[in-house]
Design a protein around this ligand. Sequence first.
Ligand SMILES: [Zn+2]
Length: 393
Amino acid sequence: MVLCYDPRPEGRCGVAIKYELLLKNGEVIDPGDKRRGRYDIAFTNGVVAAVAQSIPAEEARETTDVSGKLVTPGLIDTHGHFFYGYQPRFGHPDDFCLPTGVTTAVDAGSAGCSVFPALRDRVMRQCATRLFAFVHLSSNGLNKETTNQGELMDMNLVDVDQTVQCIRDNPEGVVGLKVRIDDSALKPENALPALELAREAANQAGCRIMVHVSRSPIPLSQILSFLRPGDIVTHPFHGSANGPLDAKGRVRPEVLQARKSGIIFDSGCAKVHLDLNVCRAFLEQGVLPDTISTDGSRLDRSYTLPEVMSMFLELGMPLEQAVAATTQNAAAAIGRDAELGSLRVGSAGDAAVLELQEGDFAFGDRAGNVLKSRHRLASVLTVKSGSRWRKTC
Ligand SMILES: [Zn+2]
């Protein structure tokens, strides 16, 4: 225990410093701990050490007043691409995530089993962002930029045994198997075989599947029939053929049934795989995404996670639900909710300090729809593992 030194005669020498960092006076939104209101949060030894209505500043080595700001658990981006160095479009997670309040991110299948060790050793184990990954069913992962070919155009690139081994060998970082049922990824006749192989590999590895459903050559109901509770559908709000709405614009009953059974619906974004009108239809019918994610990689190309949250807020999603979708629900979706996604005492010491900015903002999609908004969430401070995150280079 360290005692503070305060040279002022009226100082309170002898007050024990209990905490490394204290965030004071923030409006805390922590659905995972069922907490909403003005609280102080203290961190020490990399974890949340105390949450209370008032924690004396004298007890902390560093105190930041966050009056008027929102404080949430560190945000979790359940779908991004961070295999830095593999393809030109993949950015570094520390550039895309930490400046935007995201402390945990999930690489959604940029690497398959043959290149996963490079993602693990060069990025996941080196970066400050807490990075997990889905392993792609295609051994080489997403390498279309350099090969000019969709990752499953050649089904010989699937090696179920090696994929299962890769997932089993990396339990600390791998959270599941990824497959894309997209006409740019595979030939239409290979959509069902790809799903069969994905199901077989996931069953053997005992892991969840994340399936990309945008631009699918087969009906969504066929894709959903391969999924089990805990599996994740990403990009459900796309506006391409075989979409989630029927001809009258209603959410298809099989989508409602899938959600009821415990299949998780992850927004994704990346503009190309999200249609604002489809999102609006879902929200108007009371069907919210379980998790909100960017499908992003680089700040110059993608919306940040607070921006994607802002889109959903503007479309009518309540703030508390949008925070749940990027904290509590996201942590549960990757099976890490015991330690992540909440500010309860003992959790990882990750927090996002956000502000709701006023101005004229616009969010666009691939179809050319534009959503105008008077508000936008923006990150003002990120706490990672109990310390203020600062860019070091
Ligand atoms: Zn993606």
